[in-house]
Design a protein around this ligand. Structure first.
Ligand code: AKG
Ligand code: FE2
Length: 594
C-alpha cells in the first residue's frame, strides 16, 4: 500500500505570513462541499486575461467611456504607466501635486480608487490562476496591488487582515462571519495546488485532497496533500482540479479550459451516460473509490449502486459489505443495514465474520437480541414529559437515585475506553460490554423508554439501539465536554446518573440553550437533526447513559419526514462537527458515533 487513508502524502510550508484559515475550517469546507466560489463568474479556472491584457482593455474601456472626463482618463493612464514602470516616487509626487481640475473636479482620491479597483480586478485574475486568495473587501485591494506585482515567483498568497472584534478567531469561518455581518460580501478562496506542489493527475473522484492550515507557531501557511482512501502501489495519486460538486457538463468545460483535455475518470464516464458496464478487474478499486466518493457527497443511491456492482465482482470483500451496510444506515434503514452485515458474515465467515466493524455490529445485534424477539412492544407510558427545546423532551425521574448509583458501579467495573471520538476522547463504557448493565438497559428500554419515545415523537414502537454508552465527564480533564455535533441516530437519549457537579448539561446549538437534568431524568431528541454538545464540566464528575437509536418500521416514516433537513445539514452546513476530522480520516465511519 502506497498510502493509507488519512496519511499526509506531502506537507509543504509556504513562507507567506498571515492566514485566515485553520485546519478545522478547511476540513469542514472540504467535507461539507463549501462553495469555494459562488458562480461561474468567480470560477478561478476560467481563462483569465494576462495582466497587461487586462490593463490595456481597461484603459481602452475608460477611453471610450462617458463616465470619465478627459482629464480623469489622462490621469489614470499616467498613473498606470508610472506604477507599471516602477516609478512609484513619481507617482506619489504627482499625486501630491495634482489639484482637482476646476472644470471637471476629479479628485486624486477618485482617480486612485478607480486605479486600485481596476488594478485589483486585473491582478486578481492572474492571481486566481496561480494562488490562493482570500480577499476581504477593499482594504486588501491596496495590499494586493502593492504586493502582487512585486512577486517574482508567486506560489501562494493569502490575504487577510486582522478583523476588528474577531481578533481571537482569525479563522476562515471568522472571516466569513465578519463579511456576512459587516460587509455582506462573499468571501472566496481559490487554490491551484498544481502550482504550489507539483503536478498530479486529475480525477473527479480523487483519492487525495489538499488541506490548508496555519496552526504552526509561525502562523505561516501549510499545505498538505492528504489521502482520502487507501492508495495502492499500482494507483496514481489523483486530486480534483475543478469544482467536484459541479455537474458532469460543467466539470468537462472547466477541465477543458484549464488543461485543454477531457476528463476520462470513471465518475465522468458514469455520469455522462448514467451507465457503465461492470467494472473490469483493473477498475475495481476505482469503482470502489467512486462509491466512497458518492457516499461522502451524500449521494446514497449512487454509492449503493457502485458498491453493489463492485461486490458482484469481488463478493467476499468485507470493506465493501461494510460500506454497503453503512449506506443503508445513512438512509436510516437500520434493519436492512443489519441484514447486510449478517448476510456478509454468514456467506463469507472467514473474510467478513472477522472484519472489525462488521464484527462490532454483529456483537451488538446479538447483545440487544434483535430479530429474534417475538414479544409485542409496550406503547403506553405513565410518565409525563415536557418539551425543552424544539424536538427535545425531558421526562422526570425515569429511574431512582439508588438505581443510578448501581448503574454507575456496574459501569465503573467495565472497561473504559476513549475510542468513541477520535478528536475528543470522551471516557465511556459501551453498554453491551458489561452484562449487568446490558440486562438492566434492555429492560429499561423495553418497559419505559421505548413507550416514552413512542408518545413523544408519535411513532410506532420500532426503535433499535444502535449504540449505547455510559459516559463520564470529569471537570478539569480532557474529557470535560463534547463539541457540537449531530449523532449517528434518528433519535438519541441522555439519562442522567448524577447531578452533584458544576457546569455540564446538554447544549442545544440552535436555541443556544443548555438543558440540566436531575439524577434519573431522561432527555430525548432527534439525534441526527438537532445540533447539540456536552457543556463544559467545571467541577466534579458527570455520569450519563447516552444512547443512539434508529426508528425503522420498514416504512421509514421518520426518515422521510426528516430526510431533507438531515441531508441538507450533512451536505452544506458549515457549523458541523469539526471534531469529525480525525474520525473520518482514520476509520470507515460515516457519522458522528454518538
Ligand atoms: O453530554 C451530553 O449531555 C450530550 C452527550 C452527547 O451528545 C453524545 O454523547 O453524543
Ligand atoms: Fe450526541
Amino acid at each position: 500500500m502506497k498510502f493509507r487513508k488519512g496519511d499526509v502524502v506531502i506537507n509543504k510550508k509556504c513562507p507567506w505570513h498571515v492566514v485566515a484559515l485553520t485546519e478545522e475550517d478547511t476540513y469542514v469546507k472540504k467535507r461539507k462541499g463549501f462553495p469555494r466560489y459562488s458562480s461561474e463568474r468567480d470560477d478561478p479556472y476560467r481563462s483569465a486575461p494576462s495582466y497587461s491584457e487586462s490593463i490595456h482593455t481597461f484603459l481602452e474601456k475608460i477611453d471610450k467611456s462617458h463616465h470619465y472626463s478627459r482629464y480623469e482618463v489622462y490621469e489614470i493612464q499616467v498613473a498606470f504607466s508610472l506604477v507599471d514602470s516602477g516609478k512609484h516616487d513619481e507617482f506619489e509626487a504627482r499625486k501630491e501635486q495634482t489639484e482637482p481640475h476646476p472644470l471637471t473636479k476629479p479628485s486624486w482620491r477618485f482617480v486612485q480608487e478607480k486605479i486600485e479597483y481596476h488594478r485589483w480586478e486585473a491582478v486578481i485574475s492572474i492571481v486566481r490562476q496561480r494562488m490562493i486568495v482570500v480577499s476581504v473587501d477593499h482594504p486588501m485591494m491596496r495590499y494586493a496591488t502593492e504586493v502582487v506585482p512585486k512577486l517574482k515567483e508567486p506560489e501562494l498568497l493569502v490575504l487577510t487582515r486582522q478583523l476588528p472584534g474577531y481578533k481571537k478567531r482569525t479563522s476562515a469561518l471568522a472571516v466569513m462571519k465578519y463579511l456576512q455581518d459587516h460587509l455582506q460580501q462573499q468571501m472566496y478562496a481559490v487554490i491551484d495546488p498544481n502550482v504550489c506542489i507539483g503536478n498530479y493527475q486529475h480525477s473527479c473522484a480523487p483519492n487525495c485532497v489538499f488541506e490548508l492550515s496555519a496552526t504552526n507557531p509561525e502562523n505561516t501557511l501549510e499545505l498538505s496533500l492528504v489521502a482520502l482512501y487507501d492508495v495502492s502501489d499500482e494507483s496514481e495519486i489523483t486530486i480534483c482540479q475543478i469544482e467536484e460538486h459541479d455537474s458532469v457538463e460543467l466539470r468537462e468545460n472547466a477541465l477543458q479550459r484549464r488543461t485543454g483535455h477531457s476528463c476520462g475518470c470513471l465518475r465522468c464516464r458514469y455520469e455522462a451516460c448514467n451507465w457503465i458496464s461492470h467494472p473490469p478487474q483493473t477498475n475495481l478499486r476505482e469503482a470502489q473509490q467512486l462509491g466512497h466518493f458518492y457516499f461522502s457527497a451524500v449521494n446514497l443511491e449512487l454509492a449503493k449502486k457502485m458498491y453493489e456492482m463492485t461486490l458482484e465482482q469481488v463478493p467476499n470483500d468485507p470493506d465493501l459489505w461494510h460500506a454497503l451496510g453503512a449506506v443503508y444506515l445513512a438512509e436510516r434503514k437500520f434493519v436492512q443495514a443489519q441484514r447486510i452485515w449478517k448476510k456478509a458474515a454468514e456467506n463469507y465467515p472467514k473474510e467478513c465474520g472477522n472484519h472489525k466493524e462488521i464484527r462490532l455490529q454483529l456483537d451488538k445485534i446479538a447483545s440487544y437480541e434483535y430479530f429474534s424477539r417475538s414479544e409485542v412492544p409496550a406503547t403506553e407510558t405513565s410518565h409525563s414529559w415536557h418539551a425543552v427545546v424544539n424536538q427535545a423532551f425531558v421526562t422526570k425521574e425515569v429511574i431512582s437515585r439508588e438505581t443510578c448509583q448501581q448503574v454507575i458501579r456496574w459501569a465503573e467495573s467495565g472497561e473504559w475506553t476513549t475510542q468513541r471520538h477520535y478528536a475528543v476522547p470522551t471516557h465511556d463504557v459501551p453498554v453491551h460490554t458489561v452484562p449487568k448493565l446490558l440486562d438492566w438497559s434492555k429492560r429499561l428500554f423495553k418497559t419505559s423508554i421505548q413507550p416514552i419515545l413512542v408518545s413523544q415523537f408519535g411513532l410506532s414502537p420500532h426503535f433499535y439501539i444502535h449504540d449505547a454508552f455510559c459516559v463520564k465527564y470529569e471537570g478539569g480533564s480532557f474529557s470535560n465536554h463534547l463539541p457540537i455535533h449531530v449523532d449517528e441516530s434518528t433519535h438519541s437519549f441522555v439519562l442522567a446518573l448524577n447531578d452533584d457537579y458544576e457546569g455540564g448539561g446538554t447544549y442545544f446549538y440552535d436555541e443556544d440553550t443548555t438543558v440540566h437534568l436531575k439524577t434519573g431524568d431522561l432527555l430525548s431528541f432527534k439525534g441526527d437533526s438537532v445540533y447539540h454538545g456536552g457543556e463544559v464540566l467545571t467541577q466534579g464528575t458527570r455520569y450519563i447513559i447516552a444512547a443512539f437509536l434508529y426508528h425503522d418500521d420498514g416504512n421509514n416514516e421518520s426518515a422521510k419526514s426528516d430526510e431533507n433537513s438531515c441531508r441538507k445539514r450533512q451536505a452544506g452546513d458549515l457549523q458541523s462537527e469539526f471534531q469529525k476530522t480525525k474520525e473520518q480520516k482514520t476509520s470507515f465511519c460515516f457519522g458522528f458515533k454518538g
